[in-house]
Structures are given as structure tokens and as C-alpha cells.
Design a protein around this ligand. Sequence first.
Ligand SMILES: Nc1ncnc2c1ncn2[C@@H]1O[C@H](COP(=O)(O)OP(=O)(O)OP(=O)(O)O)[C@@H](O)[C@H]1O
Ligand SMILES: [Mg+2]
Length: 322
Amino acid sequence: MTPTPLLQIDGLHVAFGARDRWREVVRGVDLRLLPSEVVGLVGESGSGKSLTALSIMRLLPPGARITSGRITFAGTDLATLSSRAINARRGSDIGMIFQDPLTALNPAIPVGRQIVDSLRTHQEVGRKAAWARAVELLDLVGIHRPAERAHAYAHELSGGMRQRVMTALAVCNDPKLLIADEPTTALDVTVQAQVIAMLDRIRRELGIAVLFISHNLELVAGIVDRVSVMYAGRVVESGAVEEVFDTPQHPYTRQLLRCIPRLDGKTGPMPTIPGLPPRLGGAMPGCAFAPRCQVVQQRCPLETPPTRRKDGHLSVCWEAPA
Ligand SMILES: Nc1ncnc2c1ncn2[C@@H]1O[C@H](COP(=O)(O)OP(=O)(O)OP(=O)(O)O)[C@@H](O)[C@H]1O
Ligand SMILES: [Mg+2]
């Protein structure tokens, strides 16, 4: 028997604009996370990763709306919840960390107090106990001298430290799911690796599921169980991370893997995928990747490609699975 998913997204469509002039930017995304599972969502800039994540939290930017699809979290259809109920879940059942911690941290309140406030908003806990817990959490995310650092303001901390504080804040109310949207993009490579190692450790210690969003497939590969690759608002490939890495099925994934920046310090020209992602909006009957695809067939720009499955490995392409 397959376990019940913690998060299940079916056919999610997100669009910008008004009724007669919709610009669809998420175009039928399906995504599943089991409890304690770590799933990567990867793809180039503009592919719809953040809007997918923000839909879960109902934090879409003004002008954007979910036009169809279902998002079920721990058995509840999130669309049926009131804004108030969603607010209560945010920061308790679901925690989120972003690329830029400064947007999430309050500049005027010491970081320890921010954790205390979040704890006391969602749980019945005294001030002293909450402070002790905040210090414990700062220690958990790898902040040295946490009792001292708890008094610091966000601007007094380095980028990597802020990302750790935001993680402590995101997990302080024992969420079942942590959404990490490009949490290391703004950091230098060494600090990136440290933050990834920290996220991996705390998710193991806390047993939480993580949706890890990045444009860098190699970066997520070390910590995710499964990965979904997005292109132009759609998931074009998904599967166990080793399978997607070792035997990528979709031409986009194959080209993406060739463009991975080298982490070994060697320099050299970095290959890029020729061409640009499509401007979303108009009708796109066929495969959106067709104009940039190296193995394009005549029917690709015209007909919707089929979803091919081999065990749990899925690829949306006319090309037969390898
Ligand atoms: N506030 C906005 N107003 C108008 N269009 C937007 C807005 N935010 C996003 N979009 C459009 O939606 C598309 C998907 O955006 P999204 O932020 O989900 O991409 P992403 O995959 O997270 O990219 P990145 O890697 O750059 O973060 C973009 O191509 C962009 O055109
Ligand atoms: Mg994004």
C-alpha cells in the first residue's frame, strides 16, 4: 500500500491578468510529497517554480491566481480553507524559507525574539520557556554561541547566518513541510554547501518533508529523494533523483545537466542551452521546449507530447524512454 501523500498537487494552473487576457505561467503541475520525503523542484528562471510554491501557501503576488487544480495538504483541500485557517497553517504546519532572508526577518526585532513571537503565536508557551526553545533552535541550525546571538539583529549577521535563523524560524512550530525556495542562491559556494548540509541535518533530525526549489539540479541532488524538472510552467520529467541524474529522459533535462556549473573550481566556458524559454501567454499547442530541442521532431511544436512512465520515472516527450 502506498502511504498517503503529505502534499498532493493535481493539475495546478496559475495565471496573471484579467479574465479575457490571462497569461498562464503554471500550466498543469502535478506534484506529490510523502511525509518526511525531500523533493527537488528544478528548472530555469521563469519556469514557474516559485509560483507553484506560493500557491501552496496562498501567497501569490497581486494579479496572479489559481485558475484550476487541487492542492491537498495532510488530507485537507487547501482551496476550501478560509484565509484565516491558511494563516494559521503558515508558520505552523508549513514553514517556508526564501532566497533573501532579509525580506522575512524583521530588522527591528532581535532574531531570538522573532522566534519567541512565532512560538507564542502558535503554541501556549511561557516567555521564558519560549526563549530557551529559541536558543535551542538557533543551536540546532548551527549557530555558535546561540544564547548570545539570539540578541542580535538580522543586519548584524552574515548571509549564511541569516539563512540559518530563517530556517530556525520556519521550523520552530514543528511543521510537517518545509518549503525552501532557492535558499542558497544569494550565498557564495562554500556557504551554500554549509547551508545545504544544515538543511539536510535538521530535516533528518526533525523528520520533516522538504520541497527544495533550485535552478541548479546538481545542488539539490545531494539531499533530495525525488526531483521534478519544470519547463515553461510544466513538469517535463520527474523521478528518483539517481534515475533522473543517471538516465535523464527528457531532452531538456539532458541539456540542463550539461550546463551545470563546475563545483571543482576549474574554470572554462560553461555550456548554456541555446535559445530562450518561451514567453508564456499565447496558446502553446505542442511542446514548449521544441524550439530549443536538439532532437525535435516535426510533430513536437504542434501536438501535445505524451506522458511516458517507466516505473516511477516520468517524462513528457515523444521520444521513447531510453
Ligand atoms: N509579479 C509578477 N507579475 C507578472 N508576472 C510574473 C510575476 N511573478 C512571476 N511572473 C511570471 O511568472 C513566470 C514564473 O515565475 P516564477 O517566479 O514562478 O519562476 P521561477 O521558476 O521561480 O523563476 P526563478 O528561478 O527566477 O525564481 C515568470 O516567467 C514571470 O513571467
Ligand atoms: Mg523563483
